[in-house]
Design a protein around this ligand. Structure first.
Ligand SMILES: Nc1ncnc2c1ncn2[C@@H]1O[C@H](COP(=O)(O)OP(=O)(O)OP(=O)(O)O)[C@@H](O)[C@H]1O
Ligand SMILES: [Mg+2]
Length: 230
């Protein structure tokens, strides 16, 4: 599903020549991995490379047998809309639209006609994530962070992606909702054979995964040791 080789990346204004140095990393079809690590060490940056939001300064990124590092930014946007569901750490919901409208927008951008979802599908998904009719009818800026997080999860799932990337998707949820959402995400990923890259600081969630990896094992950049835990 994903193959990274000789990846190096740094932000243009970064004092370091390389912030990510990943000799090799891969994820098989239908595999689920849980990644954890210190704050500021590049987990979100890594997920942005996997999804084509960023491009590496060096190396190759293969996702679903397509070379992301060779695509234009427009091609990467299209590829992401068609193949990847991404729950962003900062959610990126449109604040003045309600949950249904935010999710419909993601469905609208899907290039696949069979992935197009009806309002009924969207409501069903939101119900499975413990959202009420009252909650999904309000502009998302009026929802609590935990409610917004569930909308962002629904939006990532609506196009039935083959790869789901989730960046701290449960950080604002109470333990009851965390359990519901984790069970739902895991069973949906299994039944739809979705590959899952899941980043979290909450090590108790590692129990849901067979594969658990500290980010320091992925990123070989030596200064990573200087990063601090939250
Ligand atoms: N757009 C940007 N431009 C320049 N530097 C950035 C940018 N985004 C992140 N960084 C820097 O890159 C490093 C890694 O950031 P990143 O967000 O990937 O960390 P993280 O592991 O996801 O942290 P957290 O656990 O707090 O979410 C940080 O030092 C951060 O300051
Ligand atoms: Mg992050």
């Amino acid at each position: 599903m994903i193959q990274l080789k000789d990846i190096r990346f740094h932000y243009p204004n970064s004092p370091h020549e390389s912030m990510l140095n990943i000799p090799h990393w891969s994820l098989s079809h239908h595999e689920h991995t849980f990644i954890y690590g210190p704050s500021g060490c590049g987990k979100t940056t890594f997920l942005n490379l996997l999804s084509g939001l960023l491009t590496p300064t060096h190396g190759t990124i293969d996702v679903c047998q397509q070379r992301l590092d060779r695509m234009s930014s427009r091609q990467r946007d299209r590829f992401r809309a068609g193949h990847i569901g991404y729950v962003f750490q900062q959610l990126n919901l449109i604040p003045y639209l309600n949950a249904i409208e935010n999710i419909q927008l993601a469905s609208y951008f899907s290039p696949s006609t069979e992935a197009k979802s009806s309002i009924l599908d969207i409501k069903h998904l939101l119900r499975s994530l413990n959202m009420t009719k009252h909650e999904w009818s309000q502009p998302t800026r009026q929802l609590s962070l935990g409610q917004q997080q569930r909308v962002a999860i629904a939006r990532a799932l609506i196009n039935k992606p083959k790869l789901l990337i989730a960046d701290e998707p449960t950080s604002a949820l109470d333990s009851k909702n965390t359990k519901t959402i984790m069970s739902f995400m895991m069973s949906l990923s299994k039944s739809h054979q979705v590959s899952l890259v899941f980043v979290s600081h909450d090590l108790s969630l590692a129990d849901y995964f067979h594969r658990v990896e500290p980010f320091q094992h992925i990123n070989q950049w030596e200064s990573i040791a200087s990063c601090s835990y939250n």
